[in-house]
Design a protein around this ligand. Structure first.
Ligand SMILES: C[S@@+](CC[C@H](N)C(=O)[O-])C[C@H]1O[C@@H](n2cnc3c(N)ncnc32)[C@H](O)[C@@H]1O
Length: 251
């Protein structure tokens, strides 16, 4: 992630921090999925040192704590407001870009939900995670695949993250250094009454961190017309989510 993009992402998530949690039901689904997959593949009940990257308002944090004993949990986020998540859970917090902050030593579990898509080089971050894991350590990471917000992409919006990648890309990035225990993806459409509701939703969740340029009356009208024309249905207009995830253990 360039410093400029990191600043933009930080500002965008900071702005929407208070409204993010209740509106981000897709991200909540992913956090739930990551934890149920960890359990399904036989993760141990306790991880001594755990590092969560991009904890945000804590969807994954809470799911992890409900399901595992985590005596030394350290959270990270580029948005300083996420300190409140760590305070609520009474755990440590490292503020800043995950790629450049000082990571804990000998980590037993590195977890992250819905953050890696903000990296321009998701494989680079996964390599950093592999290096930081203790032998036998676990990795549980989710991001979003190339179908994410396909509606917006197809009508020319720039509101997409730089590091969208399929489950196969996640597998390719760690194969050789880690034993892959689960990898998957899902296409999950959301429906909204109008395109304007899609835009409002995106603003509330802060996920349009890369949208550029202000709307004019005519570009907005054109956007709304194209959206309804291409993606209108009896349920309203669609917005596609494409969550992808991987669970692996260091060899
Ligand atoms: C879509 S939210 C997901 C939050 C939480 N993990 C969840 O599942 O709800 C993405 C989070 O990643 C954080 N983030 C984005 N880029 C980051 C970076 N370079 N370093 C650390 N955190 C970052 C954002 O501030 C935001 O809180």
């Amino acid at each position: 992630m360039t410093a400029q993009l990191a600043d933009k992402v930080q500002r965008s998530f900071s702005r929407s921090f208070d409204t993010y949690h209740d509106t981000a039901s897709q991200q909540a689904w992913v956090a739930d999925k990551l934890v149920s997959e960890l359990r399904r593949v036989g993760a141990p009940g306790q991880f001594h040192t755990t590092f969560e990257m991009g904890c945000g308002t804590g969807h994954l944090t809470r799911m992890l704590r409900q399901n595992f004993d985590l005596p030394d949990l350290i959270l990270n986020d580029i948005a300083p407001q996420a300190q409140a998540t760590a305070d609520a859970e009474a755990v440590a917090f490292i503020a800043g870009d995950v790629r450049t902050v000082q990571w804990p030593d000998q980590i037993d579990l590195i977890a992250s939900a819905s953050m890696i898509q903000w990296m321009e080089d998701p494989a680079g971050l996964l390599q950093q995670a592999i290096d930081a894991l203790a032998p036998g350590g676990w990795l549980a990471v989710s991001g979003f695949g190339p179908q994410q917000y396909k509606e917006l992409l197809s009508i020319g919006s720039t509101a997409h993250a730089p590091g969208l990648c399929g489950a196969d890309n996640l597998v390719a990035a760690i194969e050789g250094s880690m034993r892959v225990l689960a990898a998957g993806e899902r296409i999950r459409p959301s429906y909204f009454k109008t395109p304007r509701d899609v835009l409002k939703y995106l603003r509330r969740t802060g996920v349009n961190g890369r949208a550029q340029g202000a709307w004019t009356k005519s570009t907005l009208t054109r956007f709304e017309e194209d959206y309804v024309h291409n993606f209108g249905s009896a349920n309203g207009v669609s917005l596609t989510y494409h969550p992808v995830w991987i669970i692996a253990q260091k060899q």
